[in-house]
Design a protein around this ligand. Sequence first.
Ligand code: HEC
Ligand code: HEC
Ligand code: HEC
Ligand code: HEC
Ligand code: HEC
Length: 169
Amino acid sequence: MKKIILPLLLTGYFMTALAAVGALAWDWRKHEAPVQPIAFPHPTHILSVGLACAHCHTTADQSPRAGVPAMSVCMECHESAAADRPEIRQLAGYWERKEPVPWVRVHAVPWHVRFTHKRHIRAGVDCAVCHGELKAQTRVRQVRSLQMGFCVNCHRQKGAPTDCWACHK
Ligand code: HEC
Ligand code: HEC
Ligand code: HEC
Ligand code: HEC
Ligand code: HEC
């Protein structure tokens, strides 16, 4: 018996340790602001240019995803606006090569979680509740935990569904 139990205990121990280290690493990574291929400044576009979120994130009120804008949206302005600056030259390079900009994803729920923008936007939940103020983020980062307690607290307060299958698949 001992011969079996000890390896089992050890395996269990290592699996738990691995899982714990994994969870910590994951949490840490989630909250940094990744460096983007082009230093796109939200504050400039929101405050100086005066654009609404929906100008670029066009699908937020119609679909699960808010969506990152097609390059044609950027080129409406950047065929001419600030065209001599290095970041815009780089943008124009992608456009000429017909390559999408490989933006680095910042927010993501795990595979077993259902999330949809449409329902929240239509219920009047502001983007800032979940993403913080983008006009203050030179580089986008995750500012809310987006963990289960965060979601469930608001669902309780607003009378939105709290059964497991509302958010899990
Ligand atoms: C001029 C276009 C434009 C406008 C206006 C704009 N965004 Fe963005 N947004 C982008 C681009 C491009 C990215 C991807 C690059 C990045 O993350 O910086 C992005 C990324 C994001 C992300 C991170 C996506 C991820 O990977 O998780 C969030 C959240 C976001 N925007 C929210 C907003 C909100 C809220 C507003 C309005 C207050 C807004 N944006 C206005 C273009 C725009
Ligand atoms: C409605 C017009 C408009 C749209 C749409 C727009 N921009 Fe801009 N953007 C501007 C203007 C104007 C500036 C310059 C502001 C200033 O004077 O510094 C700017 C500045 C920038 C800068 C900073 C340039 C620098 O180095 O100073 C980057 C990078 C940029 N835009 C990328 C993008 C990307 C990527 C998109 C599409 C997701 C986009 N812009 C969409 C008008 C726009
Ligand atoms: C109730 C919380 C909540 C609200 C409100 C919210 N978001 Fe999100 N957003 C999230 C979560 C969670 C994710 C990650 C979703 C995933 O992994 O599928 C996300 C992802 C994103 C992304 C990147 C992936 C995608 O879906 O395209 C963008 C861009 C974004 N949000 C923009 C916005 C904008 C713009 C608004 C307001 C119009 C907004 N969000 C409102 C929680 C929210
Ligand atoms: C600030 C409040 C708030 C936060 C935070 C929030 N939600 Fe919601 N959520 C709502 C409201 C309100 C509704 C109901 C909208 C309606 O009645 O159509 C809803 C609806 C939903 C639905 C649709 C449920 C259904 O089947 O009827 C899902 C899925 C969902 N939320 C997932 C999430 C997840 C996952 C998170 C966290 C990442 C989250 N929500 C964070 C307020 C919130
Ligand atoms: C309002 C949405 C929502 C509801 C309702 C919900 N969950 Fe979750 N749950 C989440 C989100 C979001 C995560 C992912 C958190 C993260 O990023 O790790 C999660 C993660 C989990 C995890 C993985 C462990 C963890 O904490 O990360 C388990 C297990 C889980 N939920 C079980 C349940 C059970 C059981 C119920 C019903 C009693 C339930 N959930 C109801 C949103 C929800």
